[in-house]
Write a protein that binds this ligand. Structure first.
Ligand code: SAM
Length: 398
């Protein structure tokens, strides 16, 4: 396994702390944060206008990132390393001279950073979990609310540690692709069929959303909060079904869903969590709720990373994406599957497999086939300034 360096070998010796300058202390705090309260890697989206300049200096994405994530998860649960990190932070905090006039400004920020990290180490990371708030800002169209000031759409998510470093449990953590897709949804909900005006005018009073491989549930829960923020008429029902297949991931998904959008009888937005294994989903699965009705919107973030995934997901989408209807009312909205995946250097085959599987017109269903209708490249940066590229696919019936 690719190893993350532990605090005992990475931090300057405790007795030498008073001799360290502020830059070196801040570098140590950045390192501790990357272990005990990490930012989701490659989740900060660069705006489109910057793309041409950024493309020219793209670096190869870090192919070892899933391995590094597993190693960090392992490190986070190591009680000896955490105890050492806490001892080091306590020594750092007591080395600051509070009476010092120079304490203002940069030093004050460093002290606050150290104190908040100490709280994190003493609390949640004891179980190897990380709790983070994710906020995206929604600017409502003027015709929907009369307001144009951004509305924060926030969810609080728990990442748990990987099951004995089993890669099958990668959904225990939130991945950059989920942040990218959430950002796109909140920035332009209309592009995903989410608009109060459209939904309120629609004759059918329900809108069904499915997420495949939901992991910690970021995308589903952000969509849920977004739908709560737009002014839907009370008669409208939105059902969001967040799915995964790995048992501990599903349990964590359920907890995250319940903590953010608890079931309430009078709420028009409901989030359900459900097991769905792409490898075994077939027509028999569509006989049972909640898969016995088609979905108007299907979402997937970072769910194609093994050669067979695209084929399995194609089969799920074939069964579950609402087909275009000849009736006038429903033809005004066409259902799509939106997929975001990182372009990892070693996974070129997987990215290509999406285009191959969703381009072949050999899978005709009622005269329609699923096709990639649009794709785009999105560039993000990590907290160390490294660039990570994602590809977005809009897939639908043609
Ligand atoms: C890299 S994680 C991405 C999780 C989440 N979408 C995100 O971006 O944070 C891949 C997800 O796909 C799920 N997954 C992998 N194979 C699956 C399968 N055969 N059926 C259903 N889900 C699967 C994993 O459990 C995991 O949650």
């Amino acid at each position: 396994m690719v190893g993350a360096t532990p605090p005992t070998s990475c931090l300057p010796p405790i007795r030498g702390i008073p001799l360290e300058n502020l830059d070196s202390i801040n570098a140590s705090l950045r390192y501790l944060r990357s272990v005990y309260h990490p930012e989701v890697r490659g989740s900060r989206r660069r705006r489109k206008s910057l793309l041409p300049r950024i493309r020219a200096k793209l670096t190869t994405p870090d192919v070892s990132s899933p391995l590094l994530a597993a190693s960090l998860s392992h490190l986070r649960t190591d009680p000896f390393e955490r105890a050492y990190a806490m001892k080091w932070l306590t020594a750092l905090i007591s080395s600051f001279d509070c009476g010092d006039e120079e304490m203002v400004g940069e030093k004050e920020k460093t002290l606050q950073n150290a104190a908040s990290l100490l709280a994190v180490c003493a609390g949640t990371s004891a179980a190897g979990t990380v709790i983070r708030d994710f906020t995206f800002f929604y600017v409502p169209p003027i015709e929907d609310s009369g307001l144009t000031s951004p509305i924060p759409i926030t969810v609080k998510l728990t990442d748990i540690s990987l099951d004995n470093n089993d890669f099958g449990s990668v959904g225990a953590q939130t991945w950059g692709g989920a942040c990218v897709l959430s950002d796109m949804l909140v920035e332009d909900p209309g592009a995903f069929g989410i608009s109060a005006k459209r939904l309120n005018n629609q004759e059918r009073r329900e809108f069904r959303i499915l997420e495949l491989g939901a992991g910690t549930g970021l995308v589903s829960l952000i969509v849920g909060k977004l739908l709560e923020a737009i002014s839907l008429e009370p008669s409208h029902e939105v059902e969001i079904v967040a799915t995964d297949y790995y048992p501990s991931v599903l349990t964590n998904l359920r907890t995250n869903a319940q903590n953010n959008i608890p079931h309430a009888a009078n709420s028009s937005v409901k989030v359900l969590t459900h097991a769905l294994d792409w490898s075994s989903f077939g027509s028999a699965s569509t006989k049972v709720a909640p898969f016995n009705q088609p979905f108007d919107l299907i979402l997937g973030a970072d769910i194609v990373y093994e050669p067979e995934h695209a084929t399995w997901i194609h089969s799920c989408i074939t069964h579950l994406l609402r087909k275009p209807s000849v009736s006038a009312e429903s033809s005004s909205y066409i259902a799509f599957f939106h997929l975001v995946m990182p372009l990892r250097a070693t996974h070129a085959f997987e990215s290509k497999s999406v285009e191959t599987v969703f381009t072949a017109d050999t899978h005709l269903v009622e005269d329609f086939s699923l096709q990639v209708l649009h794709n785009d490249t999105i560039v993000c940066e990590t907290d160390t300034g490294e660039e990570v590229e994602y590809i977005y696919f809009r897939i639908g019936w043609k």
